[in-house]
Design a protein around this ligand. Structure first.
Ligand SMILES: [Zn+2]
Length: 61
């Protein structure tokens, strides 16, 4: 029973994360999320600081 609970939770949370990322972070919160897809060195420090904070998706300005 424990294994089934873990499996169902894993699948549900992976699905929820995928949906949130695709439709919310790439939707109306794109302005806050765009830095995560910026692979240039520009903004590296900002991304690092925000990823270490609990305010992960708030911009540092
Ligand atoms: Zn994204």
């Amino acid at each position: 029973m424990n294994f089934i609970t873990v499996l169902i939770t894993f699948v549900a949370m992976e699905g929820a994360t995928w949906l949130i990322h695709k439709y919310i972070m790439h939707g109306f919160l794109w302005i806050l999320h765009r830095d995560h897809h910026d692979h240039s060195n520009e903004g590296f420090l900002k991304r690092t600081i925000t990823s270490l904070s609990s305010l992960h998706y708030l911009p540092l300005r």
